[in-house]
Every structure is written in C-alpha cells, then in structure tokens.
Design a binder for this molecule. Structure first.
Ligand code: SPV
Ligand code: MN
Length: 626
C-alpha cells in the first residue's frame, strides 16, 4: 500500500476497518477508497467483511437511521423513496465519453471531463455527518470465469442492505483475486434526507457512468434502479466490457424448462417492462435461475449463462395468492425482505395494488399519510402503492429456485426468447430460421406497447431492441454486431424464439389465456431437441396444431381447438410489413452504425411476406402453409 494512502486510511478507518481492508491486496482499491473517503467526507466508515456481525451492522443501520422500518412479520421491513424518486431517472443517467465520441442518438452521453467535474462538485462533502458503508460483492457466481468483483461505497444503509439480499457477497472474492481483480467501482450518496429519510435534493440527482474508469457515481436518489450499483449501473459497464472481450451482458431472465424424462433445458429471455418477464421466470413446474440480468459466454462451443444476481427486486403490483402462489408465499414468510413504496397499515401490515382483500381505508405510503381518495398536487388520485413499488428478496426464498443458481460454469443455453407487448403482429410463439434471423428479426426488432401503468399514452409501440435500449453503453450497431458475431464459432447454437402473450382479436379481446405460455415453453423445449416438427411461415417456424393440442392436454388439461389455433397463429401480413417499415426506419434514422446485414435480413422477410400475400392474401392461416 502506498504510504500516504496507508496512513490516511488508518486514520479514517480505524484499526478494525483498516485491517479488514488491508487483507485485500490491491493498491488500486485502496487508493480509490481513500480518494472518496476524503472527497465525500463521512462521519464514520464501516468496512463490511461479510461476517454475520458485519452484515447485521448494515441491516441494523437501515433501521437505526430510519431508511427502513420493521413490519409485523419478522425480518420484513419497509423503505420509502421520495414521492418523485420512484423510478429510473433516464434524463440524468449519462454515459461519460471523451469529447468527440458519439454513441448515437439513442444513448445519452456527456462530456467526460465536464461531467466528472460536475459530479465531484455535487459529491464534495456529501456524506458529512453520515456513515459510509464499504461493501464487496461479486457479479455472477464467485470463483468463476463470469465473476466480476464490485466495490460499493454508499451512505445509504438501505442500498447496502438491498445489495446484500440481491447479490453474492464478495469480500473473499476480492481477497482471492487480489491484484488481478478487474473490479467495478460504485460511489453512491443519497444526499441530504428529509424528515421521512428520503433524498431531498432531487434537482441534483445524477447517475454518471464512467466507462474509462469502470466507475459509476450516483447522487441524491435512493430508488434501487438508480442506486443499487450492481444492478443497472454495473450492467452498463459490463455491456462495454463484454463488447471488448467477446461476451454478452443481457437484460434477460434465465430459467429451466422441464421436458420429457426429466430432461432440463435452459432458456434465457428478454422482455421490456410489463411484458411478463417475471411471470415467465416464475412459471409453475419450471425452475428459476434469474429474473433480470444474465451474462452469456461461450464454453466448448456452447453458450453458457449465469444469473448476475442472486435475489429479486420484483414489481409487487398485481401479485395475488391465486396467480402467483410462490411469490405470495415468499411475501408472507418470516425472513429478510424489503418492501418499497407500498401501503403500510397502522398495524404494520402491507397492502399493494392488486393484493387479495380489501384496500385499507388508511395507512402510510410513498406519499406520507394515506387515505382513500387522496390526491397529488396535480389532482390525480394517489393509489395505495406506487405502480413501480417493489420487493427485495433472496432467490433462496423462492420454492422454484433451480439448483444451478451458483454453478460457476453457468448453464448451457438451449433457447433464447424475445417477447414484447404486441396486440396485432407477432404470433404467440415462433422460432427463427437461424441465429442471424433471430437476432435481427426478433431481438433487434423488439417493440412493446405502453400500458396504463407507464407514463404517457397507452398502446403506443416503443422500440426496445433486446429490451436493452436503456442500458446500452456501446453504439447500437456494434451491440447488434456483437450479438451476431457471438454465434460464429459455436458447435451448438441456441435456437432463438419470439413470444407474444398479448395478441388480441379485432374486438380487442386477448386471444390467449395467461396460462397458455406454459405450453409455448414446453414446445420450445421440444424444438430445442428436435422432438417435434414445425411449419415454415414467412416470418419463422410455428408449432403444428397436433403438437400443441397434445401439449395443451398434458400441461393444462385443456382441449385446444383448431379454430383457436388458426386465429392465434395466422400470419398477419399487413401488420408484419408495417413493422418491417418501422424497424427499418429506426435503423436508418436513429442508428448510425447499423450493420448492412440487418437491412438484408429485413428485406428478405419483406419479400417472403409479399410473395405469400400474392398467393394467399393478407391473413394466412397455418393450414395453407403446411
Ligand atoms: C427494470 O426496470 O428493468 C428493473 C428495475 O429491473 S430497475 O432496477 O429500476 O432497473
Ligand atoms: Mn430489469
């Protein structure tokens, strides 16, 4: 350790903290910590070495300093974010780049020198009077090719506690990797807090991502998506690193689909918000590895995936005992669990939009004291819980947890799924012709319709390639090219599918039941092993009626009619042609480095649709094609 850094850390951290840090042989880490201790200037510093006592210190601090409050069920707590700090702040989330670097119009960037000066100005003495928590974590399983160590500095015990539930502890991993560690660095401060212990200076809310230094700065916010350094903040750094090293960071769930004779096939899946990602990861009779972020690497000619996380920061709205029995149980079992931005009753019970039972007449929530009919400053009624209210819990608390969660090798991926909210274009499930077609016509063409739960008008289609648009830190074209290249030297290429759980008829009725998706996954599992045939259509390969009929019976004990099949799986030519035009336009106008092959693949699809239209008309039922 550098003598100056050494002396300074000894003085600020005390013997106990210093000794814990000194066990990690990494001068860069020590220098980084010294720099931000001096800059942010906390009152106390706590170095967490992951012993049960250290972990408890952080958990207790969240209660002691009022960022969390205990609830009636043992181990459960509530945290509130500021009324205006309830979601990711896209406007103030910026990728820092050297002057003159252009990542394209869809990625928010800022001049690195200027932004670093601004954020350092905001963070000068920002932790005055507060305790700083220094924590070590690991993205992906420890002791693995996937492992990325992360150091988190935060003055929010809530953030440090959340990370403890959501990620693998990493103090030992830092010791193991020593000077070799290519670690990510997170500096967060909630800033000044109001009387409810929520971030007060939202005008100075910033999330600045410095790719060059693998450092993320987050200030004056507490909402998890802005603060939990290992989640969407590290994700941008990991996309950049993967792009340099030839692996992928994806906004994907990882799950095991259980096939015939106890066969297990792993799938990953990308879905924009409110498109059924969590309900897919939680499908009954299947098992979950992860619900949000995956790393994909190649090993022995196959694609392997890990869950970057080990817990869930899940949306709570709509969870009820009938539709979500596993999550319901986890939310009612004693044990460590943080609720955020829901309604708390005077008896310290919980309520949220869509929960079983009556809405309590009063309580308190993200708006303070709450009663039925309470209005916000614009005159809109405040619901009992925020639509983006969440719960934070370890995956170990889920009964459907898959055994591979911590496997350092990851799981071999048999299929990749892309799904959006789409009322009129894509069929419920469809396989792409090959990897390139899948990446371009499925992943890079992903769109999703807004719902009443999002801001703005409902039913507007939003482009969101691979559901990763918000998190890209490399130009869109390069990201697509990375995805295309990834399959080049594979011995066994995962199949790529699209799904659509939201198809409607002309009258606006959903064409599928919520539970039908169970069948689609069983079908994809069979396809991954070539156990069933498929029908070629202009847009991809769809299931044969007989196979679905059998699966509906087996999986749901339902008679699946041929008429329903035809309605669901008919090729909607005009809608598909319109979609191609929209997607082409995006890649022509909003992306500067679109790979040429993208336009070729879309053009081939357009031609196939056009030919089929000449022969069979606008709406083509599968019986015409088989
Ligand atoms: C998402 O919005 O995709 C989430 C929640 O998973 S957040 O942590 O806000 O990113
Ligand atoms: Mn997410």
């Amino acid at each position: 350790m550098d003598v100056k850094v050494n002396d300074y850390l000894k003085q600020r951290l005390g013997d106990d903290g210093f000794n814990k840090l000194a066990k990690i042989d990494n001068p860069d880490l020590h220098a980084f910590i010294a720099k931000y201790v001096e800059h942010c200037n906390p009152e106390n510093i706590f170095v967490c070495s992951d012993t049960p006592e250290d972990v408890k210190h952080v958990r207790d601090a969240a209660i002691k300093y009022g960022e969390e409050e205990k609830l009636a069920i043992e181990g459960h707590t509530i945290h509130f974010d500021n009324f205006h700090d309830q979601a990711r702040d896209k406007e103030h989330t910026v990728i820092l780049v050297p002057r003159g670097t252009d990542l394209g119009p869809t990625i928010r960037t800022g001049d690195r020198d200027q932004c670093l000066a601004e954020i350092h100005d905001i963070m000068k003495n920002i932790m005055k009077g507060k305790e700083l928590y220094i924590r070590f974590f690991c993205l992906g399983p420890t002791n693995s090719i996937f492992s990325i160590p992360v150091v988190q500095l935060t003055d929010s015990a809530y953030v440090a506690h959340s990370e403890d539930i959501l990620y693998r502890r990493g103090y030992e991993e830092f010791i193991r990797q020593g000077r070799q560690a290519k670690f990510f660095k997170m500096v967060h401060s909630a800033g000044e807090l109001d009387e409810r212990k929520t971030s007060k200076n939202l005008d100075k809310r910033r999330i600045y991502i410095d790719l060059q230094d693998n450092t993320v700065y987050s200030s004056n916010t507490q909402y998890g998506g802005n603060t939990i350094g290992l989640k969407k903040l590290s994700m941008r750094l990991a996309i950049n690193r993967g792009s340099e090293e030839g692996w992928l960071t994806e906004h994907m769930l990882v799950m095991a689909v259980h096939g015939p004779q106890n066969r297990i096939t792993y799938f990953t899946g990308a879905f924009p918000s409110l498109c059924g990602k969590t309900s897919t990861a939680m499908l009954d009779n299947e098992t979950i590895v992860g619900d949000d972020i995956a790393y994909l690497r190649k090993k022995d000619g196959e694609v392997c995936a890990v869950n970057v996380e080990s817990g869930m920061f899940g949306i709570i709205q709509g969870i009820n005992s009938k539709d979500d029995p596993i999550q319901w149980k986890a939310l009612h079992t004693p044990g460590e669990l943080i609720f955020s931005n829901i309604l708390i009753t005077p008896e310290k019970g919980t309520h949220w939009i869509g929960k079983d039972g009556e809405v309590p007449a009063k309580g308190y929530n993200h708006s303070g004291e709450w009663y039925k009919g309470k209005k916000d400053e614009k005159g809109n009624e405040i619901p009992p819980s925020h639509p983006n209210a969440r719960f934070t819990v370890s995956l170990e608390n889920m009964e459907n947890l898959d055994k591979a969660l911590h496997d350092p090798e990851g799981v071999v991926v048999g299929g990749i799924v892309y799904g959006g909210r789409d009322s009129d274009t894509w069929v419920p499930v469809e396989e792409s012709f090959d990897w390139t077609h899948g990446i371009i016509a499925k992943g890079a063409s992903l769109e999703s319709e807004t719902t009443a739960a999002t801001l703005g008008k409902a039913g507007v289609r939003k482009f969101n390639l691979m559901s990763n648009l918000d998190f890209l830190s490399v130009p869109v074209g390069r990201y697509i090219q990375n995805n295309l290249n990834f399959a080049k030297d594979l011995k066994k290429t995962p199949l790529i599918f699209s799904v659509n759980y939201f198809l409607k008829d002309k009258e606006g009725n959903f064409l599928n039941e919520k539970t039908d998706k169970k069948v689609w996954y069983k079908w994809m599992e069979l396809r991954a092993h070539n156990d069933v045939e498929a029908i070629d259509t202009p847009t991809g390969r769809i299931p044969k009626y007989e196979d679905l009929k059998k699966l509906f019976k087996e999986v749901l004990s339902k008679d699946y009619g041929e008429e329903a099949y035809k309605k669901q799986f008919m090729v909607r030519v005009p809608e598909n042609l319109a979609k191609i035009e929209r997607i082409k336009e995006v890649y022509q106008t909003k992306v500067k480095d679109s790979p040429k092959i993208l336009f070729d693949v879309l053009e081939e699809q357009r031609k196939r649709l056009f030919e089929a239209q000449k022969k069979y008309g606008d709406y083509i039922t599968p019986d015409k094609l088989s």
